[in-house]
Design a protein around this ligand. Structure first.
Ligand code: SAH
Ligand code: SF4
Length: 372
């Protein structure tokens, strides 16, 4: 689904594409670097901060590009280690960006390792039955600039809170593409955004510290396998047989396990990287010993790491997480055969950290209108 904003976002431009636009306006190529420096090294929020550019050039830029494609509308801090930003786009759509801290001994929270979870679409077309993001279907893709700008918002916020040296380009350690949307359903914009995050003229953020999670668009996984990308891949498996997976993930009907798993294998072999299999534990759906045993076999076959995630309840949906004891029994089946596996301790439940929930609530409040 396409969205054509009134103006393209400057954060969606590469050094080359910006250079080309500037050349059309009669400006020398080196200006592109100066401008990108204002975005990524100095985090400018206004055109008039770009003092080494002439007034006419600033006016031309303001006319040609959007400088702030997202606006921070809510900054919710959780009592544990997960904070959540609600961002509004120019068309008033809402997206979420989450900051997850991993506390380290002897280190203050402001210096702990931070993982940023970004969104790639407004809504999602994949219709997984347990997920808040897909409840209203897909509204639209995010542009490359809107994807990149989520991280600029985080950088600004962290710059204000951190005691780290300001010279550091990114004040976080990892990016996971696990927010709202199916990243591989917005392939071109996502890859462009990653190029910008990666580039030395951009955020200078290493691709190896970026993990992309997909519900399993097989042709796109194969396309990715053929590209020289350096990021990590995670697969939302959530069912170790077609019967179970198909019940909760409609995409499995289009690309069942016998197509998905070889595609994952191809990616893993081409890139020489361990792939992660994500498996949400949902009570009475996929938490049986049989599912655990089959998941173990799939993971062994792919030399994949397994991330078990206790389900986060979603308002209005019937699914629940299994008891802790039951989660641990499931874990033990995988550990018994030496599969690399982690059981995720939940973070941010108190601020609706599960994919899409904060946005869903805000949308519902908007629809309901002000309370009488
Ligand atoms: N669309 C991509 C990435 C975004 S979802 C994908 O599906 O992989 C990121 C992860 O959150 C996925 O593994 C998804 O299945 C999981 N998820 C969605 N809703 C959840 C919930 N309520 N509780 C726990 N995990 C959830
Ligand atoms: Fe979309 Fe991922 Fe949610 Fe499925 S789990 S609906 S693919 S965001």
């Amino acid at each position: 689904m396409k969205f054509t904003p009134a103006k393209p976002s400057l954060h969606g431009e590469t050094l080359d594409s910006l250079g080309t636009r500037l050349a059309e306006a009669g400006e020398p190529a080196y200006r592109a670097r100066q401008i990108l420096d204002w975005l990524y090294k100095k985090r400018a929020t206004r055109w008039d901060q770009m003092t080494n550019l002439s007034r006419p050039l600033r006016a031309w830029l303001a006319d040609a590009f959007e400088l702030e494609p997202t606006a921070l509308v809510l900054d919710r801090q959780s009592e544990d280690v997960t904070d959540k930003l609600l961002l509004e786009l120019r068309d008033h759509s809402l997206i979420e960006t989450v900051i997850i801290r991993a506390p380290q001994e002897g280190v203050g929270l402001d210096q702990s390792r931070k993982t940023i979870c970004i969104s790639t679409q407004v809504g999602c077309a994949m219709g997984c039955v347990f997920c808040a993001s897909g409840l209203d279907g897909l509204k639209r893709d995010l542009s490359a600039g809107e994807i990149v700008h989520q991280l600029i918002q985080v950088c600004r916020r962290e710059d204000a809170h951190t005691s780290r040296a300001r010279a550091e380009l990114a004040s976080f350690d990892n990016i996971v593409v696990m927010g709202m949307g199916e990243p591989l359903h917005n392939y071109d914009n996502l890859l462009r955004a990653i190029t910008i995050l990666n580039a030395e003229w951009g955020l200078g953020f290493g691709a190896r510290r970026i993990t992309l999670s997909t519900s399993g668009l097989v042709p796109r996984i194969l396309q990715l396998a053929a590209e020289p990308v350096g990021f990590r891949l995670a697969i939302s498996l959530h069912g170790a047989t077609n019967a179970v997976r198909e019940r909760i993930m409609p995409i499995n009907k289009r690309w069942p396990l016998e197509e998905l798993l070889p595609a994952v294998q191809t990616f893993s072999e081409k890139h020489g990287r361990m792939v992660t299999l994500e498996f949400i534990l949902i009570e009475g759906v996929n938490d049986t010993p049989d599912q655990a045993a089959r998941l173990r076999d799939i993971a062994s076959g792919l030399h994949a790491h397994v991330n078990l995630i206790p389900y986060n309840t979603v308002d209005g949906l019937p699914w629940k997480r299994p008891s802790l004891a039951h989660q641990q029994e499931f874990l033990a089946v995988l550990q018994d055969r030496g599969v690399s596996v982690t059981l995720r301790r939940e973070k941010g439940h108190d601020i609706d950290a599960a994919c899409g929930q904060l946005r869903l609530k805000t949308e519902q409040d908007r629809t309901a209108g002000p309370a009488a």
